[in-house]
Design a protein around this ligand. Structure first.
Ligand code: NAG
Ligand code: NAG
Length: 339
């Protein structure tokens, strides 16, 4: 009995062993087949989807509107001097060299063709190493020149939209009696005579001009500096906007644009964002009468060429003061003209 029962037990073990092998083989076949299929086209199987990296939408927007305050202000300047045109130059706190260049070149023109022109620099707060020292120098510079306006947001490239909106808020609060304002970058040459001449015949309200771009395609290339994912900006093209290097607004617009910004999330690309706000208002930026007056690509200094334009960007190592002196000397601008 004992033998027999052993036999039976042994037999059961063997049979069980057999099933085991079959089952293993079967499972292996299923596994192998699924691996082959999955390798062929993994997207057919939802369980293989890795969850996409979370879209960091906040990267494309800035903190605006927000309760920013002016740390340095010039609240009386416009009331006292009643400018026709206000030049607003965004510049980083530490870039005193740029400000000095402008002060001794186109920023030193206080009356042009009988019109009063005022200049202000717009700064945010310095950050990083030495920020406190930079801030002390900025306060000193403000006492010397009384042309700085500083607001309490962190000054960095990504925050340029905040700076632009602070410019508009400031214009609306402290300079709304001026006729026009120009936001102008610091690395530019400005021919104020030509600008004032253009403005003397320009519309007085709902007017924005500059280098107007109406067909710019939104970059979907993640490596581009201006990349915007579809989820952030669904339209394939930007609205019409004036390129940021230098644009002009009639003084009724700052309030309207600030108002419309409450209905448009603040995109970090400042000039496009203004275009979005203008679109919301139903106002299109206007091309200047002479399309050749605004140069986004630097025009190499030439007295004759510079006498015909309104604004151009400049090459990095330009000696602005020398250029200005040469431009302002007496004598005809162009050889074939007697002026
Ligand atoms: C600004 O122009 C005036 C003359 O109108 C001149 O005396 C002064 O030196 C200029 N300032 C700078 C910083 O170049
Ligand atoms: C922009 O400014 C805000 C307000 O000061 C700040 O919180 C934010 O960090 C700044 N952005 C960058 C990219 O530094």
């Amino acid at each position: 009995l004992s033998n027999r029962s052993e036999d039976i037990q042994q037999g059961a073990k063997k049979r069980w062993g057999c099933w085991c092998h079959l089952l293993t083989l079967f499972l292996f076949l299923i596994f192998a087949t699924s691996v082959i299929i999955l390798e062929a086209d993994p997207s057919q199987f939802s369980f293989t989807h890795k969850s996409a990296p979370k879209l960091e939408k906040h990267k494309y927007f800035v903190e605006y509107p927000h309760e920013y305050h002016f740390v340095i202000n010039e609240p009386e300047k416009c009331k006292q001097q009643k400018p026709f045109l206000v030049l607003m130059v965004p510049v980083a706190p530490q870039n005193r060299g740029h400000r000095n260049n402008i002060r001794s070149t186109w920023g030193n023109e206080s009356t042009v063709l009988g019109k009063v022109v005022k200049l202000f620099f717009l700064l945010g707060l310095p950050t990083g190493k030495g920020a406190e020292q930079v801030q002390q120098q900025v306060l000193q510079e403000s006492r010397e020149h009384q042309d700085l306006i500083q607001s309490d947001f962190v000054d960095c490239y990504k925050n340029l939209t905040i700076k632009t909106m602070m410019i508009l808020e400031w214009l609306d609060s402290y300079c709304s009696s001026a006729s026009y304002a120009m936001k102008i970058d610091s690395d530019t040459f400005l021919n104020l005579d030509n600008l004032i001449n253009m403005l003397l015949n320009a519309p007085k309200i709902n007017y924005m001009t500059g280098m107007v771009e109406c067909n710019a395609v939104v970059s979907r290339d993640p490596s581009s500096k201006w990349y915007l994912p579809v989820e952030v900006f669904p339209e394939p093209k930007y609205p019409c906007y004036s390129i940021g290097m230098g644009y002009i607004l009639s003084l009724d617009l700052p309030r309207k644009v600030v108002h419309s910004s409450k209905h448009n999330k603040a995109l970090y690309i400042e000039d496009v964002y203004l275009g979005m706000c203008m679109k919301y208002l139903g106002i299109l930026p206007t091309h200047p009468p002479d399309l050749n007056c605004f140069h986004y690509i630097p025009v190499l200094y030439d007295r004759c060429a510079y006498s015909k334009l309104i604004i151009t960007t400049t090459y990095e190592h330009t000696d602005h003061v020398w250029v200005w002196k040469d431009f302002k000397r007496s004598g005809p601008f162009c050889i074939d003209e007697t002026q």
